[in-house]
Design a protein. Structure first.
Lengths: 274, 207
């Protein structure tokens, strides 16, 4: 049977791995290559990298964690993909078909796009024709309005788009997207659990696999995303960065809840590194 | 001596992860973009690919690989088709119209029946693979019900059961691993299936 996927998200900013809180505060927490090596040894299902580099956000800079000799996001991707034998999705700052091409050529299996789909909705179709739908993940960031409805925001959660996430998901599916990464801006970094109602609405509206993101603080939140939300995959960032053996423990909690995930004895990989 | 792995790159999607995987296995990798680049020393040939069946065959014909692959297989070259590459090994595909395949393994490629069971397509993610011929050298040390990473909406339906080494289930049973002599095919992406996938690629070299 097809497994429910458990996916760590790595947010990159100026070459650092960062944690994010409600899309507004970012704190550097280390070197992405060290973290990727650890995930590889854990035999993780899949990884998603998002480059959120921009200049107007509060940033706790730690020069000791900066990567030596790796100056661009493409070089980061290159180095990671050489020793990472799981599906890699790369996103952030993608504006053109050429931006996608260079990422595929340097080791990405899928790319994820967000803001550009509002500037140029045709790009989803063009990308799907060029690289195949399976390689195009559309990332949707949404917030709850005071009246309880949801609205999609583009440009790192800053620009309201007027689209409801379920309608937008349907639109991108028809344009040729292959998967949806659904993030809640309100829940980002809070540890309060997924925005389940929104996940449900989007899962209902589309036939594409939906990856739920935003808000995981306890392993039980992954279970909620699958059982209540109906997500095909569950993703998180902080919990994987800050907890020991988080992947295995999350998997164990999911198995106990009856969710069909890759089992721990599937692992031929080495024991985790420090 | 290092084994030299030839990977066909005729525009059927990204091949860098297949290259990385064989390099991890300490092989020399040569990328072929045209059929005439395949030398006499081409003993290992990989046909990776994502996309639609018809486009795939068109690109193989345009680059001369359709004929070259068959010649090399006849001369004993070990061929491994990955994902769309596996599907192209068959006689016929029905994705966007009817198209002839390479006729290296008997059977057809048709859309999966999963939507009849309320399952989402494409079939994306890790799925158990039941090994029906554990004694085959290609399957050495691959545990029954190993998980591999799949991405497909169409599936292979081999005519002869004996060509099927392993299958997966997703609203029906489908051939996941096939073999006919020196022609092998896998529907999943071994290069993206962690240690189990690398083990399978190692088996291919030794099989």
């Amino acid at each position: 049977m097809l497994k429910t996927r458990l996916i760590p998200i790595l947010l990159l900013k100026n070459g650092f791995l960062v944690r994010s809180y409600k899309f507004t505060r970012h704190q550097s927490i280390g070197n992405p290559l060290i973290q990727t090596a650890r995930y590889n040894n854990w035999s993780i299902d899949e990884l998603i990298f998002i480059d959120i580099t921009r200049d107007d956000v509060y940033d706790l800079k730690r020069d000791d964690q900066k990567l030596e000799g790796v100056s661009s996001i493409i070089e980061v991707l290159q180095v990671i993909s050489k020793s990472c034998f799981m599906p890699l999705t790369f996103g952030g700052k993608i504006r053109t078909i050429d931006d996608m091409k260079i990422r595929f050529e340097n080791g990405a299996d899928k790319i994820t796009v967000n803001s550009v789909c509002f500037e140029n909705p045709e790009i989803i179709k063009q990308a799907a024709q060029r690289f195949g739908s399976q390689a195009i993940v559309v990332s949707i960031d949404a917030k709850k309005n005071p009246d309880g409805t949801y609205e999609v925001y583009s440009h790192n959660g800053k620009k309201p788009t007027g689209w409801a996430p379920d309608k937008w998901a349907k639109f991108v599916e028809e344009s040729g997207a292959g998967e949806i990464l659904l993030n809640s801006i309100d829940r980002d970094g809070t540890g309060s659990g997924y925005e389940i109602e929104m996940v449900k609405q989007v899962v209902k509206a589309t036939n594409l696999p939906v990856i739920a993101l935003g808000g995981v603080g306890e392993y039980e939140h992954f279970v909620e995303g699958v059982v209540e939300g109906g997500a095909s995959a569950v993703a998180a960032a902080n919990i994987f960065n800050f907890r020991e053996l988080s992947d295995r423990n999350a998997r164990r909690v999911m198995i106990e809840a009856g969710i069909n995930v890759r089992e721990l004895n599937d692992y031929l990989g080495k024991e985790s590194v420090e | 001596m290092k084994n030299k792995i030839n990977i066909i790159d005729c525009g059927l999607g990204n091949i860098s992860s297949v290259k990385n995987a064989f390099e991890e296995l300490k092989c020399d990798v040569k990328i072929l973009t045209r059929a005439d680049q395949a030398g006499d020393d081409c003993r290992y040939l990989i046909l990776p690919g994502v996309g639609a069946f018809g486009d795939g065959m068109r690109l193989l014909k345009e680059t001369g690989f359709d004929k070259k692959i068959k010649d090399l297989v006849l001369s004993g070259t070990k061929l491994l088709g990955i994902c769309l590459g596996m599907q192209l090994l068959f006689d016929k595909g029905y994705e966007f119209g009817e198209n002839e395949g390479l006729h290296l393994i008997s059977g057809e490629v048709k859309r999966m029946m999963s939507d009849n069971f309320g399952l989402r397509l494409p079939h994306i993610g890790w799925n158990d693979t039941t090994i029906v011929r554990p004694d085959d050298t290609f399957m050495k040390d691959i545990k029954d019900r190993s998980c591999f990473y799949y991405v497909n909406s169409y599936a292979c339906f081999p005519k002869n059961e004996k060509n099927v080494l392993g299958y997966y289930e997703y609203g029906g049973k489908y051939a996941g691993i096939v073999r006919s002599g020196n022609v092998m095919g896998v529907q999943f992406h071994p290069e993206k299936s962690q240690q189990t996938g690398l083990k399978l690629l190692e088996n291919y070299i030794k099989a």
